[in-house]
Every structure is written in C-alpha cells, then in structure tokens.
Ligand binder design. Structure first.
Ligand code: PGA
Length: 254
C-alpha cells in the first residue's frame, strides 16, 4: 500500500505567537501549495489560534505537542482534545520522550491520551524509541515492543488510518547523532510487524511511521528512502523555514 509521507515540525517550547506568524508565512510561501508530501507544523499552544488562520488556505496541517486525556474539568493548566479541535488542529504529538523523561508520562498514561485523541478525531503522532543505555544493552526491540503494545492497547482498528507512529531514538534527539538509514529501517520494520500483530497486515501497511532525531536536510533523503520510513518528526531543523522546507523537498524526491 502506498503511504503519503508526512513531515511534521515539532517546535517544542520555542516561538512566541508573533514569531510563529513569521515562520508559518515563510513555510507557506515555500511548500504551502504542494500536496505530494503532507506537511504539518506543531507550534506551542499559545500560537495555535493564529496558526490556524494562517494555514487555512494552504495544504499545511496543524498539530499540537501534547494534550490531556481528560475531556474537561478541574485539571489546572491542561488542554483538552475538544479545545484543540475547536482551533482546527488535526494532529497531536503524544508520548514524546521529553514528556516521558521530564513529566513522568508512561505507556499507560499515554495510552489514555491516544484513545482520547482518536475519539475526538485528532490524529495521534505516537512517539516511541529507546535511550542510549537501552540500545547499548541490546534492549531496543523489547522497549519498542512494550511501547507499541501498551501505548496502543484497545486502539480501534477502525481508526487505523488516523494513527501515525514516530520512532525517535532518544539518543538522537537534539544531539546531532542520527540513526543510520539501516538502524532506522530495522526498527521501523519491526514496528510495522508489531502493528500487524495488533491490527492485521493490511491495516498495518497503511500506518505512517515517521523517523525523528536530528533529521536535517543533509540526512533526510537517505532516511526517507527506506521502505518503512514514511516521513519525519523534525525538532531543531523545523525552526528554520529554509531547512524544514528542504526536508519536505527531500521527501518529495525520495
Ligand atoms: P530534533 O528533535 O530533530 O531536534 O532531534 C526531534 C524531536 O524531538 O521530535
């Protein structure tokens, strides 16, 4: 099954609302009309409202970086799925390793968010990946297996087209170290096998699996040419329209 690549920019805790406007205008002017590769930007919550107006007329989609599993109520500081939908957000990054590391998120708490997202017509970008210590002790596939099985527990096969996975080796995030093309392909293929076990071969073959971790214009083409790499989740390089759009162009040509 052919899968349309997705290049998503994870802006993390960067850009004020007015800085976001400049960045989005630049991205829109370079790749806003092409439809070969799906492009998504995930600015901070405080920029979503402005962003949603700016991407309305372009092919760029909007994503959030996190959300609550709760629908509403006394959860000070949290943002719900329906609040995101109200701003025309389509995607939400869930289970990013920074959320796991600094905010205590676990496969179980992330699972609740993944289910809440899909119940509200948001497409989860579910992040998985091993630490350096786990890789060096030969545990990469075990860690990924638990993250996939526990994080996707009870995920309905009817919503499979909305699911996006992101393999992000923790040791490659923001470090300048990238997984080799072969390392990425190995874990991506393994992830697809796990998805086949959960959902069946045909549904699993429709899921996009993004690579994240120091993806840049220089290494994007090699990674994106791998059979099971269906796009990228870009951190640092997404804060410059020029480098982000070069990755989009690499995806179009891969
Ligand atoms: P990076 O971040 O591209 O800066 O390594 C990727 C991510 O954390 O999603």
């Amino acid at each position: 099954m052919s899968r349309k690549n997705l290049i998503a920019g994870n802006w993390k805790m960067n850009t004020t609302a007015s800085e976001s406007v400049d960045l989005i205008n630049e991205i829109n002017s370079i790749v806003g009309q092409q439809t070969h590769t799906q492009v998504c930007i995930c600015p901070p919550f405080t920029s979503l409202q402005k962003a949603s107006g700016l991407v309305e007329q372009s092919a760029v989609s909007l994503g959030a970086q996190n959300m609550s599993a709760e629908p509403s109520g006394a959860f000070t500081g949290e943002i719900s799925a329906s609040m995101l939908r109200d701003l025309y957000v389509s995607y939400v990054i869930l289970g990013h390793s920074e959320r796991r590391q600094y905010f205590g998120e676990t496969n179980q708490t992330i699972n609740k968010k993944v289910l809440a997202a899909t119940q509200n017509n948001l497409k989860p970008i579910y992040c998985i990946g091993e630490t350096l210590e786990e890789r060096e002790s030969g545990k990469t596939l075990d860690v990924v297996r638990s993250q996939v099985r526990e994080g996707l527990e009870s995920y309905p096969v009817s919503e499979i087209d909305n699911l996006v996975m992101a393999y992000e080796p923790v040791w490659a995030i923001g470090t300048g170290k990238t997984a080799t093309d072969e390392m990425a392909q190995e874990v991506h293929a393994f992830t697809r096998t796990l998805l086949s076990e959960l959902f069946g071969d045909a549904p699993a073959s429709s899921v996009r699996i993004l690579y994240g971790g120091s993806m840049k214009p220089e290494n994007a083409k090699g990674l994106l040419s791998q059979t099971d790499v269906d796009g990228g989740l870009i951190g640092g390089a997404s804060l410059s329209a020029k480098s982000f759009c070069s990755i989009v162009e690499a995806s179009i040509n891969s």
